[in-house]
Design a protein. Structure first.
Length: 311
């Protein structure tokens, strides 16, 4: 069985995520403690007992989701599952950092600090209200690219996330994104909706954040992952640490090629995907891309019991 471990991106966060794992597995609890120490912040208290609005702030959500994915993976390891039970790792946007930590390419402490810096830089890159993102449902990437080009004018509007055959997210200047919503509807989109996000991620407007991450990533040691990372930017497997460093910088302004990444893994024989961490969004996308891929979610202690029995 060829298998991939995948890690979710922003939007999957919820209050209480990872708490049952930390209560059940000392190894999972230790992940949250390590992240708290690395950041000098009691992030675990915010995750488990805070308010969703504060958790959803980009600089909090990104390391919080990574911590939850790593806590779930440590629980799997406790039950005898190793990274070698998979052939590839992948993650959606920030989830790529979680995937690298899973695969041994980045330490948990370094990953937490990088994601805190990434969240702050992405938020600071564009003043609140200047940018926006919108989900276009029912149109493929080619048509959405045409929509974005028509909507942009002298502003920025680009495909930011190619999630699955019927869901593409556009990002850019608010007025341009609002125009894209109307153009998409006129071209037959089932739905086109502005998303409740704090910044226009994965487009040219994020260039200042890419510069910040270029400096931050220079300071960090990246090892070769134990299994290849299927990177958002190129939608294929990579293992070279310097290539990964370069791709992480590019990823800030580039589109998340999730649909193509899943198709590439499918072409490499992947028939099973484990979504490790909060939410079930990636599993839904994977099923819509290739309904033959079996998906498992690993977020709660009972999920781990179920998955161990399936091996």
């Amino acid at each position: 069985m060829t298998r991939a471990f995948v890690c979710p991106g922003q939007g999957a966060q919820s209050i209480g995520m990872g708490k049952a794992l930390a209560d059940t597995y000392p190894e999972s609890k230790a992940v949250f403690q390590e992240v708290d120490e690395a950041l000098g912040q009691h992030l675990s208290a915010l995750i488990w007992e805070g308010d969703l609005e504060t958790l959803t702030l980009t600089e909090n959500a990104q390391p919080a989701l990574m911590a939850t994915s790593l806590a779930a993976f440590r629980a799997l390891e406790r039950e005898g599952v190793s990274i070698q039970h998979a052939d590839y790792v992948a993650g959606h946007s920030l989830g790529e950092y979680s995937a690298l930590a899973l695969s041994g390419a980045l330490s948990i402490a370094d990953t937490a600090c990088l994601l805190k810096a990434r969240g702050k830089a992405m938020q600071a890159a564009v003043p609140v209200g200047v940018g926006a993102m919108a989900a276009i449902l029912g149109l493929n990437l080619e048509i959405v690219n045409e929509v974005a080009a028509e909507a942009a004018g002298a502003e920025v509007c680009e495909a930011a996330n190619d999630n699955d055959p019927g869901q593409v997210v556009v990002s850019g200047n608010r007025a341009a994104v609002e125009r894209a919503v109307e153009i998409a509807k006129s071209k037959g989109a089932k739905r086109a909706i502005i998303l409740p996000v704090s910044a226009p991620f994965h487009c040219k407007l994020m260039t200042p954040a890419a510069e910040v991450m270029k400096e931050a990533l220079v300071e960090v040691s990246i090892s070769a992952p134990k299994i290849p990372l299927v990177a958002n930017v190129c939608a294929e497997g990579v293992s070279d640490p310097e290539s990964i460093r370069k791709l992480l910088i590019e990823q800030i302004t580039a589109s998340v090629r999730w649909r193509e990444s899943v198709l590439w893994m499918s072409g490499e024989g992947v028939s099973e995907v484990w979504e490790i961490g909060a939410g079930k969004a990636l599993s839904g996308m994977v099923r819509r891309i290739n309904g033959d891929i079996l998906c498992h979610n690993v977020a709660q202690p009972e999920d781990i019991s179920t998955i161990i029995q399936s091996l």
